[in-house]
Design a protein around this ligand. Sequence first.
Ligand SMILES: NC(=O)c1ccc[n+]([C@@H]2O[C@H](COP(=O)([O-])OP(=O)(O)OC[C@H]3O[C@@H](n4cnc5c(N)ncnc54)[C@H](OP(=O)(O)O)[C@@H]3O)[C@@H](O)[C@H]2O)c1
Length: 148
Amino acid sequence: MDIILIAAITMDGYIARRSDEIISWSKDLKLFKEQTMSYPVIMGSNTAKTLAVELKGREQIVVQRNDNPKEILAELDVEKCFIIGGGRTYTKFAPFLTHLYITPHPIIFGKGIQLFPTLKKEISLKFIQKIIVAETDGVFQFQYKVIR
Ligand SMILES: NC(=O)c1ccc[n+]([C@@H]2O[C@H](COP(=O)([O-])OP(=O)(O)OC[C@H]3O[C@@H](n4cnc5c(N)ncnc54)[C@H](OP(=O)(O)O)[C@@H]3O)[C@@H](O)[C@H]2O)c1
């Protein structure tokens, strides 16, 4: 199964200013919908509270601090699933990721919630492709495969 992290990030690697921020600066919501449609989306409880859009047509799995990521993934019988945030949840699922879909945005926060706030082990990536999100604004999604 492909386990795909999908995130909009700032140029300095943040996904939000605060854990209760409703993300309004992301320009990749249309692409997010296309890519995740019909697949399970896994998120943390903070993200579940701050969703800017309804995630119709997708099984939504909200994880809490005591949930075991391996067990959650083992229950899925699908070709792919998406880890949609936030930082704590990206970190929790980091050892299991097969792909990263990252969309850097031309904005800098200086502080906030990092993509991986407490990552223990480096992740090596191989570039796959770039997808245009908003070309005139310089927003592209970069897709990588995780090398284990
Ligand atoms: N830019 C993007 O693409 C993007 C995508 C998704 C989300 N976001 C943003 O990310 C932010 C949320 O990220 P987040 O990292 O705060 O939350 P999160 O990953 O969405 O949810 C928090 C998770 O961490 C657990 N947790 C809370 N306190 C903990 C603790 N002390 N020790 C261990 N686990 C703990 C929670 O479990 P409990 O339920 O048990 O507390 C929950 O599973 C929001 O602002 C959201 O808008 C951005």
